[in-house]
Design a protein around this ligand. Structure first.
Ligand code: ZN
Ligand code: ZN
Length: 296
């Protein structure tokens, strides 16, 4: 992907998103076509998974725009949760798709139905393998550029899709000798969809429940604190709430009981301002007072 950088542009998350939407929509059409022509449950199931990837990328991109809309009176925590609800919806639809195709695949093995894969199925699956790996490379590249964990996870999703295509391709090539191959591949694809669905649902629910911030974030906050106040602030009781792009953080600090109120206020105000500008987090800080003697 060096060639893109040499033109003076960096691959961004948005580019990765647009590429995923376009690529997955085209792949969906070809996979569905190949699936319907051959009557393969594996190819049809994989086609719907691919369409869901495209829709997920649309939601992600809309989320990037909508979440950046500032909070208003009706939505005091911003608009990030719209993205969460949309992802939850995709996850639940994928569960239904997975169950449906798992049932069809098992049924196919039980009834002993066979499928003759032709060159169309082989070509489409090989193209999918290559395109999915290119998507993975683009996402990994963009994740390095933007330091984004979400893009990194996207990259692994694309790579696991490429792996699924590889398994299907091998299955098709061996399929001449194994009559139950389509049912087995269909079941494999369905289980992969189910795993994806559970991950999407879990990822969208987790932030709603509130999380403990990771150590990395606490370290960054303590570093800012050390620059603001010469003594120890004893920051503790961290609580984080994510609403899509919008993050709220509450925590406590300790100050001497005889500390002047306007000085204490200056510390928290500066602390909040710097957390906002450096970490893009809206913080609320509570002050616990301790007796002066406690200070080392
Ligand atoms: Zn996928
Ligand atoms: Zn406290």
């Amino acid at each position: 992907m060096i060639f893109v950088k040499s033109k003076g542009r960096n691959i961004s998350g948005k580019f990765a998103g647009f590429f995923s939407i376009a690529g997955n929509t085209v792949l969906f059409a070809f996979k569905l076509w190949a699936g319907l022509v051959t009557g393969s449950v594996a190819l049809i199931a994989d086609a719907w998974h691919t369409l869901s990837d495209s829709v997920s990328s649309v939601i992600l991109l809309i989320g990037i725009y909508v979440s950046s809309k500032p909070a208003d009176n009706e939505h005091p925590y911003g608009h990030g949760r719209a993205e969460v609800i949309a992802s939850l919806f995709i996850g639940l639809i994928l569960v239904l798709i997975a169950i449906n195709f798992l049932y069809e695949s098992v049924n196919r093995i039980i009834t002993g139905e066979t499928v003759i894969f032709g060159y169309l199925a082989i070509t489409v699956t090989a193209i999918s393998l290559v395109v999915k790996e290119i998507m993975a490379q683009i996402s990994f590249y963009a994740s390095r550029n933007e330091g984004s964990k979400a893009l990194f996870a996207d990259g692994w999703h694309h790579r696991s899709d490429a792996f699924t295509s590889l398994i299907i391709l091998v299955g098709i090539l061996l399929g001449r000798y194994i009559w139950w191959i389509d049912g087995a591949l269909g079941a494999f694809v369905s289980v992969m969809i189910l795993i994806l669905a559970f991950r999407i649902v879990k990822d969208s629910i987790d932030p709603l429940l509130g999380e403990k911030p990771d150590k990395e974030l606490i370290d960054k906050i303590n570093n800012i604190g050390n620059e603001i106040y010469s003594g120890e602030l004893y920051s503790h009781h961290f609580n984080i709430h994510k609403y899509g792009n919008h993050t709220e953080l509450t925590f406590h600090i300790k100050l001497p009981g005889n500390y002047k109120l306007d000085n204490a206020n200056r510390i928290t105000a500066l602390f909040i301002k710097r957390i906002r500008s450096e970490l893009d987090i809206v913080a609320t800080i509570y002050i616990d007072a301790y007796k002066e003697e406690l200070k080392q």
